[in-house]
Structures are given as structure tokens and as C-alpha cells.
Design a protein around this ligand. Sequence first.
Ligand SMILES: Cc1cc2nc3c(=O)[nH]c(=O)nc-3n(C[C@H](O)[C@H](O)[C@H](O)COP(=O)(O)OP(=O)(O)OC[C@H]3O[C@@H](n4cnc5c(N)ncnc54)[C@H](O)[C@@H]3O)c2cc1C
Length: 405
Amino acid sequence: MITHETEVLVAGLGPVGATAALSLARQGIAVTAIEPLANSATDLRASTYHAPTLEILDDLGATEALFSHGLKAPIYQYRDRQTGEVFSFDMTEIADHTRFPYRIQCEQHRVTANIVSQLQLQPSATVLPGQRVLFVEQDAQGVTAYVENANTVERWRARYLVAADGASSVVRKVLGLQFPGFTYDEKFVCLTTEYPIEEAFENLSLVNYISDPKEWMVVLKVPGLWRILVPAPVGLSDEQLVSEEYKNGVFSRILGRPVDQDHDIITKHRTIYRAHQRVCERFAVGRIMLVGDSAHLNSPMGGFGMNSGIHDAVNASEKLVKVLRHGADSEQQLALYERQRQTITRNFVQAQTIENTRLMRDGWANARAERSEALTKLMNDREARRAYLLKQSMFTSLEQAAAIT
Ligand SMILES: Cc1cc2nc3c(=O)[nH]c(=O)nc-3n(C[C@H](O)[C@H](O)[C@H](O)COP(=O)(O)OP(=O)(O)OC[C@H]3O[C@@H](n4cnc5c(N)ncnc54)[C@H](O)[C@@H]3O)c2cc1C
């Protein structure tokens, strides 16, 4: 069997693996990235880029797609679907803290393709599409990965491996790691349309979380499309959930008028998926680091999944550069990566997305007055609101991670 060598092998070129590989390559590390797909997956996934993630990608020279194609969303809103109450949060209030006081709304696959194209320009990077990691093993000197391509299986020997191979990570499975947590009972349905949904709401922003015990909604704009995320009613089959009838029902309830064949709303996507809250028991084992969805999964309420994965990626690459170029202790650096990112995943990303999902589903129903009072208080308290904006845009979690020693 042919054996190739590299310093760092990255399994998976989603947004997280691509960021890790680009960050390493820009610092002169010989990095080889393995990806089964020929091009980034174009399914509907993350669309929100928080300010610190924009700073990271800007520092890596990978914001072309975001700024040429994405939509700037300085304001996000929480709405109560039943009372119509609206709370608007304006990120320009933290303009002194970031050069990007907004979220950018842009499809994940465009940004990933942009990061990969930058990676391909790096002299120390090799990108291998159409190949997949089948198995890994490690010893005191390095990691061996068995990689399948169209014709054969080859062996790759690396000093370190970054596992960015997504939610079903082969690397996590080969290491025999537990992925504890839970899966929400209800499925989520995502519908997209070019129809001007803003007609149905006064002053709708580009990012809206609309609570309702009957049918909460996340309403997000991406270039040219509104994305509507709703919970699937229990008891409906997948076939029913993607039917005309169900789609027309969702839009009739939003627009407050019948939507049928005569008043049709055309959708571009109708996607059903399940949301999970899971954190891998280890983020680093020997010379292997897990990043992104291979290490953690969360509900999409808040847009933290991909963003926190990108934060893992830069943290992991910083540690590897310290070890490979500055003689830092390998065991200590990988353990520090695990402490920093696993702690933040548990204490912030998981806790906040579980809370956000609870509030969308039933928080306002069971405690509407209390919730409304808390948000009103926040709107009237500049310092508290600033702390809230910094927390929800993920600055606070990055600062807390950096403070973990
Ligand atoms: C509908 C939906 C909406 C979402 N919305 C948001 C949002 O608004 N904000 C947010 O932050 N997050 C969101 N997320 C989550 C976000 O999409 C993921 O967190 C993100 O894709 C994780 O990136 P990743 O690179 O870790 O994994 P992935 O994007 O899954 O990439 C993993 C890569 O590894 C490759 N791979 C798989 N197996 C192997 C192997 N054996 N060897 C090598 N490579 C392999 C895959 O082909 C893939 O390219 C959403 C997710 C979904 C499903």
C-alpha cells in the first residue's frame, strides 16, 4: 500500500475543516485535506455568520463570498406571534467592539467554497476531493489514516489529524467515543420562497425568532430567499410535511389569507430535519482533535452550530502551530484545546441553544408576562443590553474560552 506523508491531515472540508486547514496552511504547516465530495454540499444549512466569525474569516482572507453576496443584518428581532410584541436588538450598539457590528446572512456552501478556494492557493496545502477517511490509528509519533479514493485505499501518515468529518464522524466512531445528549422529539421543516414575506409583518428584520406554543417560526433572509423554519406537527409523515397542502397551510397562517392553487406561493426548498443537542465525551485523543459537528451538535436557535465549529477550528490550529513550530508540549496543548472548547460548548453553546429552543416552543406560553418583562428591562438597560449583544454574537464565549488555562 502506498504511504504518503503530511504534517496535519484534515478529514472533511465543510466550513470547519476548511477553516482549520486554511489557518494551518497560512502559518506554513503542510496540511492535506481529505473530502469525499467533489464540491461543497449545496443543501440548506447554516446561513448566519456572527461578528467574531467574520473577523476570523477576514483575518484568513476568506470573506469574498460573504461581502459580495451576503446580506448585512445589524438588527435581529424576537417576536411573539400571538400578541405581536416585538423586541429589536441592534448590533451597531457594539460597533466599538468589532469591525463587523452585524450578522451576515449567506448560504454556508458559498462561504465554504470561498474558504476552500483560498486553501488551494496556499503552497503548503493539498486538497484531495473524492477521497474519504476509512480508519485511523495512532502511536507516539503520529497518526495513520487509511483513505479511500476511486481506485484504491492509501495510507496517510501525519503528525496530527483534525477530524472535521461532520455529525456522523468516522473518526469519532473509530476512536469509540460516546456522543451523549438528546434529539428533539419533533422534526423541523424548512421552507424557502422568493415571496416577499415582509409584507405580512411590520418592520420585519432579516433575522427573526417568532415564539408561539402552537407554531413557532424562525424567519431568516438569505440572498434572494426567505427561509421559514417551523416545527413539524407530530403525526404527519415526511410525505405530508413536504406536501402542497402543508406548505399552503404554513403560508396561509403567516399571511393571514388563503394560500391555495390560485394564490400560490412557490417554494425553492422543502426540507425536513432533526435537531440534536450532543457533546462528544472527548475533543482530543492522543494526536487527534475533533472540531465542529464531529464534536458537537445543537439546535439552530441562535445560529451557533457552524460558528462555534469555526471557533474550534482556529483554536485547534493555534495549538498545533504552537506545537509544530514553537516547541510547545503536545499533550498540554491538545488538552488545553479540549478544556477550552468543550467547556464553552457545554456552558454556552448547549445551554443557550437549549434555552433558546425552549423559549421558542413554550417559554412565552407558560411565562409570557415574565419573558416580556425581562426583555423590556433589557431594552431599557444599556449596559445589560450590551452584555446581551456581546453574548449572543459569541464574543463573550470566545473571551471565556481564552481565559481557561
Ligand atoms: C438545516 C440546518 C440549518 C443550520 N443553520 C445553522 C445556522 O444558522 N448557524 C449555524 O452556525 N449553524 C447552522 N447549522 C449547523 C451547521 O450547518 C453545521 O454546524 C456545520 O455544517 C458544521 O460544519 P462541519 O464542517 O463541522 O461539518 P459538515 O458541514 O457536515 O462538513 C463535514 C465534511 O466532512 C466530510 N466527510 C464526511 N465523512 C468523511 C470522511 N469519512 N472522510 C473525510 N471527510 C468526510 C463531508 O463530506 C463534509 O464535507 C445548520 C444545520 C442544518 C442542518
